[in-house]
Design a protein around this ligand. Structure first.
Ligand SMILES: Nc1ncnc2c1ncn2[C@@H]1O[C@H](COP(=O)(O)OP(=O)(O)OP(=O)(O)O)[C@@H](O)[C@H]1O
Ligand SMILES: [Mg+2]
Length: 394
């Protein structure tokens, strides 16, 4: 099963491109689901049909749904929320405030991902297309499984141990978390591991939609780096709303020239990734027929689900002096990248985004002795730490 995620800056045409790709794939015989994780839910508008939180048949071989993150949140997180609410209320916080405080930021987004996992695991689809929220939220969303997994792995066991020790004491004030709370968190952890596996599988890729305008392109460049940082494979870009070149109107031709310059620079920057082009249509592409026409113009005869071979995102190589950890970070500059070591993890920060890379055991016993950016790859050199390698041998 193939998973395709579409993201990009607000309003560039993500929903339209995602919906069009799904319509084309279904018309070519793939059992397809399109799922929107954007709380703004404009997928129904793009199809011109009402959609709900369960897959709805749009046409032969094509189902569509808008994740009801609020409803899913209510179901899965209730145990934890009830507990936290109880604690806050007992601590004197008023009920309404306690209610607001226990809504975890990001929890709704995680639940959208859990719904993706549920649908993918159903085995009913050849292709799942995800219409994501604008870039900022999508990056937060895609960073969540790893961040939460880290929290659950590292912080939660410590808390749990501490709680065990003070449980008799806490019992007196009746704020001991029920076992249900631990179960809920443990279950969430397992589910998030599955989500992360699904999103980083070789059959999953992200397509970045942009319009050829300086501000949009600048954001797309940053997104490309951030997605790579988090381990997500981008296998193509879509440049949407390209104006027709044949106009005598100086206002239009000014835009045409500006768009052409932006396009050329994007293509040069992201090569060998393909940049598919879509013209500014005379009307909004709404409804399955208009979407099919949009997709046919975009992909031509090409297979819209084709896995464009990408470079490996993270590899560890070995040489005479030690190891090289290579992380593909397209378009990053050395001044944007910050590196530090925290125990068994390497902390890579790029333009405000941070990833904790769990180091394989051989690298845990090494020191970082240098880092360089070479052709869009961050290469970190590790050498054995003599104190940790008995006899200094490898
Ligand atoms: N190539 C195009 N030609 C004409 N209209 C377009 C084109 N692409 C998209 N549109 C229209 O532009 C509007 C925004 O498109 P769309 O909803 O797909 O963007 P989006 O990136 O999903 O927006 P949001 O960030 O709000 O989710 C819609 O009205 C859509 O029909
Ligand atoms: Mg949208």
């Amino acid at each position: 099963m193939r998973v395709l995620l579409f993201t990009g800056k607000g309003g560039v045409g993500k929903t339209t491109t995602a919906a069009a790709t799904a319509v084309l794939a279904a018309s070519r015989g793939l059992k397809t689901l399109i799922l929107s994780t954007d709380p703004a839910h404009s997928l129904a508008d793009a199809f011109g049909l009402p959609l709900g939180p369960e897959p709805t048949l749009v046409e032969d071989g094509l189902l569509a749904m808008q994740v009801d993150a609020q409803g899913a949140f209510e179901r899965s997180w209730r145990d934890v929320q009830d507990y936290l609410r109880g604690v806050l209320e007992r601590a004197g916080v008023d009920a309404l405030q306690a209610d607001e405080l226990t809504v975890l930021p990001g929890a709704e987004e995680v639940l959208a991902l859990l719904e993706l996992r549920r649908q993918a695991a159903s085995g009913r689809y050849d292709l799942v297309v995800v219409d994501c929220a604008p870039t900022g939220e999508t990056l937060r969303l895609l960073a969540l499984p790893e961040a939460l997994r880290w929290y659950v792995d590292k912080v939660f066991p410590a808390q749990r141990r501490a709680l065990k020790a003070v449980r008799p004491l806490l019992a007196r004030v009746a704020i001991v978390p029920e076992d249900g709370v631990f179960e809920a968190v443990t279950r969430l952890h397992a589910e998030l591991t599955d989500v992360r596996d699904l999103l980083t599988a070789p059959t999953t890729s992200v397509r970045l939609v942009l319009t050829p305008e300086a501000v949009v392109v600048a954001e797309a460049r940053r997104t490309l780096t951030s997605l790579a940082l988090y381990g997500y494979r981008v296998d193509g870009l879509v440049a949407n709303r390209i104006l027709p070149a044949c106009s005598s109107d100086p206002w239009v031709s000014g835009w045409v020239t500006a768009q052409a310059a932006q396009l050329a620079s994007v293509q040069a920057d992201v090569a060998p990734l393909p940049v598919l082009l879509s013209s500014y249509a005379a009307a909004e592409p709404v409804g399955p027929d208009a979407l099919l026409a949009f997709a046919t113009a975009l992909y031509g005869d090409a297979d819209p689900t084709e896995v464009v071979p990408g470079t490996e995102l993270l590899v560890v190589e070995r040489d005479a002096d030690g190891f090289l950890l290579c992380l593909t970070l397209p378009l990053a500059g050395l001044s944007d990248v910050d590196l530090s070591r925290s125990g068994d993890e390497l902390v890579v920060t790029v333009g405000g985004h941070r990833r904790l890379l769990a180091l394989p055991s051989a690298l845990q016993r090494c020191q970082v002795v240098g880092a360089r950016l070479v052709d869009g790859r961050l290469v970190v050199r590790f050498e054995p730490d003599v104190d940790l390698w008995p006899g200094g041998s490898q």
